[in-house]
Design a protein around this ligand. Structure first.
Ligand code: GLV
Length: 374
């Protein structure tokens, strides 16, 4: 639904970026200001002035509190920038509308950059995603067009490992349940301390199994040594990591008290933890996934929790995000849920945004990206 009332804010960032809710269109004659070039919006459909000959860049989010004006400054030396400011992420149609004349896109992991969008954006030369995962981007379609794809590994490694540990601890020691218990007034004088109240599972001295030993898997392993854990690891490449015993996946699942997932979502890892593999986990084990939904079979996990075969689980990522009200996970016991916040610290999100901008600028200038995903 394009072309409704103008919901278009001229340069709210103070940097010359146009912030557009593409549900509407720019008001005729609306001024475009900024450090490099000025013009007016034409009265026809379209959002940036035809008088501005710079390459166009579409930024699919205003990045919330991360300080967009400052972040975008390096882009505006090279491009006319249009920023999505809708109160919802752009739909596929809105994404296409924003990108069809763009030479660069700065997107989030919620934006599906598929073959249709790529073929509908004939000028596109660089896609920069503010994420380490790139499963939302059709990499073969981008590669076939020679479009550079950037992502943001490294800067989020430690923060995501921290969240993994938060979930391991919260699940093992039933922190969320304990909080609800107190708030619900169930902590009563008759049971002010009971030998069997809220019993959990020890992490110290237990065995942690890591599925995937990339940067985040290794950062999780480093933290495990502080808990005196034995660490098993499985990776398709068979990579050796100090302090981690490399084992076949089936052995890891059979032996680990805690299993944590750290592989990217690819055709090879989709449904990696299917019903059969979940059933082969050590009885009473705990499963944590901060990698991607689609790797763990959610109905099978919900069943394993309901039947008490697993002692608990924590998920930060889901096959469909946000999690729908019909998901069997919502009724599963001993399950801690988080809304995909693995990298969500202020400093890390700022670093991710900065790196995404650096990738974008490099791509616009035809230089190698700082971190190319393809
Ligand atoms: C988060 O999931 C990311 O891919 O950055």
């Amino acid at each position: 639904m394009f072309g409704g009332g103008a919901d278009f804010r001229a340069d709210p960032t103070g940097t010359g970026a146009q912030t557009a809710n593409l549900m509407g269109r720019p008001a005729p004659g609306q001024a475009l200001s900024g450090p490099a070039g000025a013009g007016t919006f034409p009265s026809q459909e379209g959002s940036l002035s035809r008088l501005d000959a710079r390459p166009r860049v579409f930024v699919t989010s205003d990045l919330g509190v991360l300080g967009l004006p400052e972040l975008l400054r390096p882009v505006q030396d090279h491009a006319a920038v249009e920023v999505w400011s809708g109160d919802h992420p752009p739909s596929p149609e809105e994404l296409l509308q924003g990108s069809h004349e763009a030479e660069g896109i700065l997107c989030l992991l919620t934006d599906r950059i598929d073959a249709a969008l790529i073929s509908g954006s004939p000028r596109l030369r660089v896609i920069s995603s503010m994420s380490v995962g790139v499963d939302h981007i059709d990499l073969p379609a981008a590669e076939a067009r020679g479009i550079a794809v950037g992502h943001t590994p490294g800067v989020l490694t430690e923060t995501t490992a921290d969240l993994t540990w938060a979930l391991l601890l919260a699940t093992a020691r039933r922190v969320v349940e304990a909080d609800c218990f107190v708030r619900a007034g169930r902590w009563t004088k008759s049971r002010r301390w009971a030998p069997d109240m809220m019993l959990g599972t020890d992490l110290h001295g237990a065995t942690l199994g890591l599925i995937g030993l990339g940067a985040i898997g290794q950062a999780v392993a480093r933290r495990a040594s502080g808990f005196g854990m034995r660490v098993l690891g499985w990776t398709r490449s068979g990579r050796a990591v100090p302090g981690v015993d490399a084992v076949p996946l089936e052995e890891l699942l059979a032996q680990a008290d805690f299993v944590s997932v750290h592989v990217a979502l690819t055709p090879d890892t989709r449904d990696l933890l299917d019903a059969r593999r979940i059933a082969s986990m050590k009885p009473g084990a705990i499963l944590v996934n901060t990698a991607r939904g689609g790797i763990v079979d959610e109905p099978a996990l919900a069943a394993a929790l309901s039947e008490g075969r697993l002692a608990g689980a924590a998920l930060d990522v889901f096959a469909e995000e946000p999690l729908g009200p019909q998901s069997p996970l919502l009724n599963a016991p001993k399950l801690v849920l988080a809304p995909h916040v693995g990298s969500a610290s202020i400093r890390t999100r700022q670093r991710m945004a900065t790196l995404a901008v650096e990738n974008l600028v490099a791509g616009l200038l035809g230089r190698p990206l700082v971190h190319a995903a393809s």
